[in-house]
Design a binder for this molecule. Structure first.
Ligand code: GRF
Length: 199
């Protein structure tokens, strides 16, 4: 199975997925890393990992539709069957979701449906919850909403800062995302409405 990973920044989840593939834990190939930000460290990681990358910037297209059509052309060229959003800071349009229905995964640094959006770690800390975590879910037309594949919780400590909490969240992410991808690649996920059952 050919996988594409989408990144906009650091790419530590991309790295964790690539490492897991390299260790032979996931029987798939990362055929493409798609990046919308020329400054993203993920681009340097792809180069080092010898994974093909596509830098495609929204500003070079008139509309979002044209930008996404450009992305899709590249995914089709590589026969991509699974897309893993890993810190990709753009919302995917409904048309894109339909084209890759139930074939797009995302990782979110909170226990959905709590703390949706892009500031989840800060928001969870600020709200004062005692437990937060990580969610891997399928992407549907609504933001941070599709069926949940895996979740893992962690406790927030009294002396946690945004940085310390983010560090522990990232450690969990780097284990949970490869696990979820492995389940997908091995065809072990069965969808019953919103519920993703693991065989
Ligand atoms: C992760 O915290 C992920 O949950 C969120 O964006 C962050 C990406 O980090 N969607 P990285 O680029 O993989 O290091």
């Amino acid at each position: 199975m050919n996988i594409a990973v989408f990144c906009s920044g650091n790419g530590s989840n991309f790295q964790a997925i690539a490492d897991s593939v390299r260790r032979g834990e996931i029987a798939a190939k990362i055929a493409l890393m798609v990046c919308d930000n020329p400054k993203a460290f993920a681009l340097a990681r792809a180069k080092k990992l010898e994974i093909k990358s596509l830098l495609i910037e929204r500003k070079n297209f008139k509309t979002k539709e044209e930008f996404e059509a450009g992305v899709i052309r590249n995914l089709e060229k590589e026969s991509i069957e699974l897309i893993c959003l890993a810190g990709f800071m753009r919302l995917i349009s409904p048309g894109f979701v339909q084209r890759y229905r139930n074939k797009i995964l995302n990782i979110h640094p909170a226990l959905l449906p709590a703390f949706k959006g892009t500031r989840s770690i800060k928001d969870a800390l600020g709200y004062g919850v005692k437990v937060t975590g990580v969610t891997v879910h399928l992407v549907d037309e609504k933001t941070d909403h599709g069926p949940i594949i895996l979740q893992k919780a962690l406790e927030i400590k009294e002396n946690d800062t945004e940085e310390s909490l983010a560090g522990r969240i990232h450690e969990i992410e780097h284990e949970l995302y490869p696990q979820a991808i492995k389940l997908f690649v091995e065809g072990k996920l069965n969808l019953a409405g919103r519920r993703a059952k693991i065989e």
